[in-house]
Design a binder for this molecule. Structure first.
Ligand code: NDP
Ligand code: VHF
Length: 428
């Protein structure tokens, strides 16, 4: 008689989720040193096995190019030896961070003598569905391991080869360090059915993080029975106030738009106060032209475009809500700071907005009125990033308000529980 394992009748995704749950239980009580050792082993292995990773990535890139994928998407997908080294370095940054597990968030002795502590605990099994950026595979795994969570990674099908190679390296390193390799798993299957199965794995997967475009987020928010932390698209704005340092405003605009246009924290709309427009816009249009940016201009910006070298097209209403992720920017002149805020509140995806101003009063009003995860004053929108914020990396940038908002690092991958310690106390 053959004995059936309970796993035999399960789908590959459910089986992976069960294994993750078992691994999460093993990880939860681990001391920091054991988790850090595994992370260091990961960083070393990434460096030692760079050529294997880059070779797998080359297959994804070739497939993407064959399919006519845009160069911005190919850029997101690309791994070079230098990028792999940067990813390994991010992992070492995570090692250097404190372990959030066990941190006492709140503690007191109640009048009856009971000792009450609220302590951080891992979430358990974290499922992440994410875009064609293979670095996210490692960032997510590193953050989850350090915070005592098992992770189910469902990367983009266009990064399948890269992710398969990366997860092989990660699992070898984790297993080699004596931790359960199933703490890091690629969700089996290349199709969207695996996403649907993850969304139905309530009780096995503790939280699902969709990290990608609007269609993904909508699908997961509407259909998941597993609790979701929503990340969001980045329709980010740069507002140049009446009192702005023009050189600073140009630098911030160009950095926000053109440093890496394919990422969610790059700027998509420029708003300029009417009082500074005559001085600022001619310079801004030339600078945008030099950076290769096409400007989708409202009629007031168009008036300044005649003598500039800029490529300018007339904006349509869709431009205000478009996340180009390319060398394009929408631009409008506004009558006042309050009109800029109104425009932002109407069209933003709630990710990141920046103001350039020398007025403290304007900066205060802007930061109070704008309702986005991050409001930058005299700084580029590109700073909304877990690495830049000192979180080591990020598992995503939450654009919702519950549990976490903005770049999510280690504490955001924990929940809490109360430890009630008495001395034979009973409630009367
Ligand atoms: N706020 C944040 O933290 C972040 C936001 N973003 C945003 O993500 C977008 C870019 O991501 P993009 O490359 O377009 O990624 P996509 O949204 O196209 O894809 C991301 C992942 O979701 C899957 N997916 C997409 N749509 C669905 C769906 N309807 N049902 C089930 N699964 C789905 C994809 O699978 P498959 O590959 O198989 O199609 C892929 O694994 C930008 O808008 C960017 O701003 C990106 C990263 C971080
Ligand atoms: N972490 C990013 C920003 C967030 C992000 O990952 O966005 P995306 O490139 O759209 O997947 C960065 O600035 O590098």
């Amino acid at each position: 008689m053959t004995t059936l394992s309970p796993y035999d009748s399960m789908s590959p995704v459910t089986r992976a989720a069960y294994r993750a749950k078992a691994a999460a239980a093993d990880l939860a009580p681990l001391p920091r040193a054991e988790k850090d050792d595994a992370l260091l082993a990961i960083a070393d292995a990434l460096e030692v096995r760079t050529s294997e990773i880059v070779a797998a990535n080359a297959k994804d890139i070739a497939r993407a190019r064959e399919a006519g994928t845009s160069e911005t998407v190919v850029d997101r997908l690309t791994l070079t030896p230098e990028r792999v080294r940067a990813i390994a370095s991010d992992v070492r940054d995570v090692v250097a961070l404190p372990d959030p597990v066990g941190e006492v968030v709140r503690g007191s002795t109640l009048p009856n003598g009971i000792d009450l502590r609220q302590v951080r605990v891992p979430l358990g099994v974290v499922g992440i569905i994410y875009e064609a950026r293979p670095n996210v595979t490692v960032d997510a795994a590193a953050l989850c391991l350090k915070s005592g969570n098992a992770v189910l990674l469902r990367g983009s099908s266009s990064a399948f080869e890269s992710n398969t190679a990366l997860v092989r390296v990660l699992r070898d390193a984790v297993g080699g360090a004596g931790l359960p390799a199933d703490a890091v798993q690629l969700v089996p299957g290349e199709g969207r059915e695996s996403v649907r199965e993850l969304m139905r794995a309530r009780g096995l997967v503790d939280v699902l993080i969709p990290r990608g475009g609007a269609s993904l987020i909508r699908t997961v928010v509407q259909e998941s029975t597993v609790p979701v932390i929503e990340t969001g698209t980045g329709n980010c704005h740069v507002y140049v106030d009446a009192n702005a340092d023009l050189d600073m405003a140009i630098d911030i605009l160009i950095n926000s738009k053109a440093q890496r246009p394919s990422v969610c924290n790059s700027a998509e709309t420029l708003l300029v106060h009417q009082d500074i427009a005559p001085e600022f816009l001619p310079r801004a249009l030339d600078a945008l032209a030099a950076a290769g940016v096409t400007v989708h201009a409202d009629e007031r910006v168009l008036a300044y475009a005649k003598d500039s070298k800029a490529t300018v097209v007339e904006a349509t209403p869709e431009d205000w809500e478009t996340e180009y992720l390319s060398y394009d920017i929408a631009a409008a002149v506004v009558d006042s700071l309050d009109r800029a805020v109104e425009h932002i509140r109407l069209w933003t995806s709630g990710h990141t907005e920046a103001i350039v101003t020398t007025s403290q009063q304007a900066a205060r009003r802007f930061t109070q009125l704008v309702d986005s995860t991050t409001v930058a004053v005299n700084a580029s929108t590109r700073f909304t990033d877990g690495g830049q914020f000192g979180f080591g990396a990020e598992i995503g940038i939450s654009t919702q308000k519950l549990h976490a908002r903005g770049p999510m690092g280690l504490p955001e991958l924990t929940s809490t529980k109360y430890i009630v310690t008495g001395d034979g106390h009973i409630r009367r």
